[in-house]
Design a protein around this ligand. Structure first.
Ligand SMILES: *[C@@H]1O[C@H](CO)[C@@H](O)[C@H](O)[C@H]1NC(C)=O
Ligand SMILES: *[C@@H]1O[C@H](CO)[C@@H](O)[C@H](O)[C@H]1NC(C)=O
Ligand SMILES: *[C@@H]1O[C@H](CO)[C@@H](O)[C@H](O)[C@H]1NC(C)=O
Ligand SMILES: *[C@@H]1O[C@H](CO)[C@@H](O)[C@H](O)[C@H]1NC(C)=O
Ligand SMILES: *[C@@H]1O[C@H](CO)[C@@H](O)[C@H](O)[C@H]1NC(C)=O
Length: 299
């Protein structure tokens, strides 16, 4: 009979071979092993100092998962279209617990071609889409091109903007969190995966449609109706943004505190701390998109 040690040794050698086989595709996750010795709490709800800011977003612990409802992209001719039956991703923002925020926190990770902020230089290097492909993540790039859509400029510029403006201010994406084997742009790919995980928790189109609130150029809705529906599914009232003097629905921000990291933790949805820009008294339009601005997407 084989000794248990021989079995263990065999298992170990299988594990090594297995790791080796996949080593061509580099990791995109941080090392959270040090978080095991930290008290885990919801961000902004800690009663003692958070020592390891790789384990909980600090100070940006009021996390906003933000989305757009737009009716066109402006780049339809280039094939940049909106996903039928879905809102689109805006980003994942680290507000401070009091609602204030920082932006563009790391000039060494500035990839935004047009930040338009004093003291922040325009980036002219390769697009962030090339970073994603360096990690073999065509699947991620395809998903982003379906649901993370820019207006008036290519999608990749918007993704770069969101990373450099917001993720560089989110402590759980600090380069130091990736440990000594950090590979350049690992944090960027890890952030995009985290944005998608957060966005998947809030299927705005489906939540509204299941209560009969669908885009229409004939019928209007009230702010209260829209808020109640979203509250019934998320446990909290998100921020709703409107254009046209508060009469046309255009965005939503879901507020939360996060237990653990922004990448893998659990989000507790909270009421918005920002007043809606939609009218509380006037009817609200949730416009149908121009037919040529949207296309069918799968999954
Ligand atoms: C929560 O942790 C942060 C970061 O360490 C710290 O600045 C803040 O004072 C802590 N809050 C409390 C109530 O201890
Ligand atoms: C940065 O980009 C913006 C938008 O494309 C442009 O208007 C501006 O002139 C650029 N700034 C510099 C210093 O090149
Ligand atoms: C915008 O809406 C407010 C409140 O409904 C209204 O008093 C005001 O006249 C509107 N302004 C314009 C330019 O339509
Ligand atoms: C969130 O807002 C709703 C609607 O205004 C309110 O009924 C509820 O009490 C609020 N929740 C908290 C925790 O403040
Ligand atoms: C609905 O109205 C919006 C806003 O006027 C317009 O942009 C859009 O093309 C219209 N959609 C359809 C299908 O008529």
């Amino acid at each position: 009979m084989q000794s248990p040690f021989a079995v263990l040794a065999l298992l170990a050698s299988v594990a090594v071979a297995h790791t080796h086989h996949f080593s061509a595709v580099p990791n995109t996750f941080p090392d959270i092993s040090a978080c095991l010795s930290q008290p885990s709490v919801y961000s902004c709800e800690n009663t003692t100092r958070i020592e390891n800011t790789c384990c909980s977003p600090t100070p940006g612990g009021l996390v906003l998962a933000t989305q757009f409802w737009s009716t066109y992209t402006g780049l339809e001719k280039e094939g940049q279209l909106l996903p039928k039956g879905s809102w689109t991703i805006h980003g994942l923002w680290p507000d401070n617990c009091d609602g204030s925020y920082q932006q563009y926190c790391d000039p060494t990770r500035q990839y935004d071609p047009a930040p338009g902020v004093a003291g922040v230089a325009n980036y002219t290097g390769p697009g962030v889409d090339t970073f994603i492909l360096e990690f073999g993540r065509q699947d991620l790039l395809d998903y982003m091109n379906k649901y993370w859509i820019n207006q008036g400029a290519p999608n990749k510029n918007f993704w770069a903007h969101e990373f450099s403006k917001h993720a560089t201010c989110t402590s759980t994406f600090d380069v130091a969190c990736y440990g000594p084997s950090y590979k350049k742009h690992q944090d960027v790919v890890n952030f995009y995966d985290a944005v998608i995980r957060a966005w998947s928790q809030y299927p705005t189109f489906d939540m509204l449609a299941s209560f009969g609130i669908v885009p229409s150029n004939k019928t209007t809705y009230s702010l209260g109706q829209i808020q109640s529906v979203l509250q019934s599914q998320t446990g909290a009232v998100p921020y709703l943004g409107c254009v046209n003097n508060g009469t046309a629905l255009s965005e939503v921000w879901y507020f939360s505190h996060v237990y653990g990291t922004e990448q893998y933790g659990t989000y507790k949805t909270l009421n918005s701390t920002t007043p809606s820009t939609c009218s509380e008294t006037e009817p609200i339009w949730y416009y149908e998109r121009t037919a040529t601005s949207e296309h069918e997407v799968n999954n």
